[in-house]
Design a protein around this ligand. Structure first.
Ligand code: GDP
Length: 440
């Protein structure tokens, strides 16, 4: 996420991070570089200029040059300002209605339908809500189907009226349906166009007026940079929405939208989308994002993600298996699948302080476990539970079946062996505490 910007800011801070004497000249040089980095990330010119002006004023106010660690203090000032620019505190969503109605707005392709599903899934699994998804796109039957597919994936009911061409009516009927059937959140996915146009704006403004949602969210593709900010402005002028959803932050996004949008529309970014899967949704925390932009990682989010996947019951079972020497490839596969649920590898690595930068030139595959999974899937159940059965003949068969090389099978066997030994060791003495710390 934002690799380029992080890289350039890191270079800008190079002088300050060094041990040389820091003068007002090199502070000015640094700020010039910071401004350039922001502009390259597609941050609006005025915002970038105001940003560096504020950092400079703060630096003068805090007498940066006379402090013990002027470089560190400067970086802290930049971090604080960046956090402020992106919204300060995290903003929640209003779920006070009964049902709470959430209206989604945004251009076609911004990720509205996908996000509607992610939000429904988030509210269902994390907030114990009973959401209803509503398809209000009256132009594209495919859009209605898409929402039904999404709803099916996450086990959330989808309300649609394919024959009805009146979105206001559909939305109102959906809310009635929700009330009658005990749904406490209604998420309305609306039609988008490829660009802002009057008809679309009127349509969504009418729906908005008729149903008076608790939350109106504007979804925007972060990859579109400055355009994202302009579109946000157009929608906000009409809808006075409550919050922004930035999608596709997993891609090669430059960061401009994330940094500028709040100060242009004065509405917080509430969630971010970081992938196509239903789990790829994160609450937006400006301070954590600032940390990531400045290459400081985001350990808090990493730990949270690990905790979300952690299942006490499963962990206990696993521990027993390890103690009894019964840890097999099926358990190994289950572990990998848990890690995968935490997000894509590149994203996870970026959350480890310093690792993003250190590994920036290392090619990390989106599906780094693909081969391992294929190999394990080519093993028989017996082989999975008793890896010692796997001799050269079997290895050759497994390699063939999984489309891998025998070296890769060997490597996995070796890794598995090492991991089993390590886990066994952790069972005793000092390891116990470590397992406990890990929640085992
Ligand atoms: P809509 O027209 O606004 O409803 O947009 P869709 O929900 O259909 O999304 C358009 C495309 O973007 C689809 O291919 C989605 O899979 C993809 N997409 C949506 N959100 C994300 C995201 O956070 N990351 C990535 N990489 N792709 C996304």
């Amino acid at each position: 996420m934002f690799d380029n910007l992080s890289d350039k800011l890191d270079k800008a801070f190079h002088i300050l991070k060094g041990h040389g004497k820091i003068t007002d000249v090199n502070v000015a040089d640094t700020l010039k570089e910071v401004r350039r980095a922001l502009l390259d990330a597609d941050v609006n010119f005025k915002i970038a200029k105001d940003f560096t002006t504020r950092v400079k004023e703060k630096a003068i106010g805090e007498n940066v040059l006379t402090t013990l660690q002027p470089g560190q203090l400067m970086i802290k000032i930049v971090k604080d300002e960046l956090t402020e620019l992106m919204g300060g505190d995290a903003a929640g969503i209003n779920l006070s209605g009964n049902p709470s109605v959430i209206l989604m707005s945004g251009l076609q392709g911004s990720g509205k339908t996908t996000f509607s599903g992610k939000l429904a899934n988030f509210l269902k699994t994390k907030k114990n809500k009973k959401p209803l998804l509503v398809a209000c796109d009256i132009y594209r039957p495919a859009a209605i189907n898409q929402l039904h597919v999404v709803g099916g994936q996450i086990g959330v009911e989808v309300y649609s009226e394919p024959e009805n061409k009146n979105p206001v009516e559909i939305a109102q009927n959906a809310i009635k349906h929700a009330k009658a059937n005990g749904f406490n959140v209604v998420i309305i996915d609306t039609a988008g166009r490829l660009a802002v146009d009057e008809e679309m704006m009127n349509e969504i403004a009418n729906v908005h007026k008729a149903i008076q949602p608790q939350e109106t969210l504007f979804v925007v593709d972060a990859m579109t940079g400055q355009d994202a900010v302009n579109t946000a402005k157009a929608f906000n002028d009409r809808l006075n929405f409550d919050g922004v959803i930035l999608t596709k932050l997993d891609g090669d996004t430059r960061g401009g939208a994330a940094i500028s949008i709040k100060s242009v529309v004065n509405k917080p970014i509430k969630f971010i989308g970081t992938g196509e899967k239903m789990e790829a949704i994160d609450v937006f925390y400006p301070n954590r994002m600032a940390d990531r932009i400045l290459g400081m990682g985001d350990v808090v989010s990493l730990v949270e993600r690990a905790q979300e996947q952690y299942d006490e019951e499963e962990a206990r079972k696993l521990q027993k298996k390890i103690a009894k020497n019964e840890f097999g490839f099926d358990d190994f596969l289950a572990q990998i699948q848990q890690i995968k649920k935490m997000g894509n590898m590149k994203d996870l690595v970026g959350m480890i302080p310093g690792a993003g930068k250190a590994l920036k030139d290392v090619e990390i595959e989106d599906d780094a476990f693909k081969h391992i999974e294929a190999i394990i899937q080519s093993m028989t159940p017996d082989e999975r539970s008793k890896p010692s059965l796997i001799d050269v003949k079997r290895k050759t068969r497994i390699a063939k079946g999984s489309g891998t090389k025998i070296e890769q099978v060997n490597q996995l066997m070796k890794q598995f062996d090492q991991m089993s030994k390590m886990m066994k060791m952790m069972q005793g003495g000092a390891g116990k505490n470590l397992m406990k710390a890990m929640g085992g």
